[in-house]
Design a protein around this ligand. Structure first.
Ligand SMILES: O=P(O)(O)OC[C@H]1O[C@H](O)[C@H](O)[C@@H](O)[C@@H]1O
Length: 297
């Protein structure tokens, strides 16, 4: 069996390697484990709530329809930080392909968190597709505006927590030359560093990153993760470091910031405005590649 469903989760196993698996919690349709040849690729807090009481701290939480906390939009401003997709239980729609094993999850106003759809009463339909390759994990999203008359205004983001052995000797590359909004300094500038390194809290939105830039997480000269994006122009890079992780009750162990970096492809710099009836698609693929240094143009 390549796909196993329980009450809480769905587990995919690759037919060519029983140690290559992905586990998706129905709550948030959150990928919270991805193993390649038995090696975990994602970071998840040991205090993460997997019981639906709180979004999962780790894995790949889904951010929709708003990134961060909105202050101005009549409806979006009522939603909590990062919206409602990560705090709703999605419907498992089943397996759509055998090899590579591929499954889908759905969310709409009928099954989304009712406390939150009250605050954001929009017509929408989301389909998340998760594909487990022998050497990759692809997550793809389709958003449909199911209203006959109103536009749908939203952000999308895959809040991907990537695992690393030691953040202090980890670099994130191929964002050189991009415009960055530093959320800690509230300043915008052009990123001049040939690679991002980490020695304190880090929280930046890189805007309009061309699709041919494949962001890499590099350790000891070896790329440990490579990220391909479709229709996701912005990328958030985040590490909470010591003080911020100390303040998060569900972030454990407290030294866990050393073993993770969030590289989060999304459309967050502005909103997508989807006309009635229309669909919008995007995806992220995590895979392994050789070191490809895409220097400043
Ligand atoms: O604690 P959460 O709501 O999951 O947010 C975690 C983080 O998400 C993103 O990376 C934002 O850029 C950060 O500012 C935020 O702290």
């Amino acid at each position: 069996m390549t796909v196993k469903e329980t009450d809480q989760e769905v587990i995919l196993t690759h037919p060519k390697d029983a140690n290559t698996t992905v586990t998706i919690l129905k709550y948030g349709a959150t990928v919270y484990s991805w193993k390649m040849a038995n090696k975990e690729q994602l970071w998840v807090s040991t205090a993460a709530k997997l019981d639906g009481s709180k979004p999962v701290r780790g894995g790949i939480p889904l951010v929709f329809p708003v990134f961060g906390k909105n202050a101005t939009d009549e409806h979006l401003s009522k939603l909590p930080q990062h919206g409602l997709a990560r705090n709703s239980t999605w419907e498992f729609l089943g397996q759509v392909k055998n090899d590579p094993p591929t499954v889908q999850f759905g969310l709409g106003p009928e099954n989304a968190n009712p406390e939150l759809t009250k605050l954001w009463p929009m017509d929408f339909s989301l389909i998340l597709t998760v594909e487990l390759g022998i050497d990759h994990l692809k997550t793809a999203i389709e958003v449909q505006n199911t209203s006959n008359s109103n536009e749908l205004k939203f952000n999308w983001l895959f809040h991907t927590y990537l695992r690393t052995e030691d953040i202090e000797d980890t670099m994130v590359t191929n964002l050189t030359g991009m415009t960055a909004y530093d959320q800690l300094l509230a300043e915008t500038y052009v990123e001049r560093h040939p690679a991002l390194t980490f020695s304190e809290e880090f929280d930046r939105i890189y805007k309009k990153v061309p699709e041919n830039r494949n962001i890499q997480v590099v350790r000891h000269g070896q790329p440990i993760h490579t990220l391909k994006r479709e229709n996701l122009p912005d990328t958030v890079v985040w590490n909470p470091w010591i003080k911020k992780s100390a303040g998060m009750a569900d972030f454990e162990p407290k030294s866990g910031f050393k073993n993770m970096v969030c590289v989060e492809p999304g459309h967050v710099n502005d909103f997508i405005i989807l006309p009635p009836g229309e669909k919008w698609n995007a995806s992220q693929t995590l895979y392994k590649d050789d070191l490809k240094f895409q220097a400043i143009m």
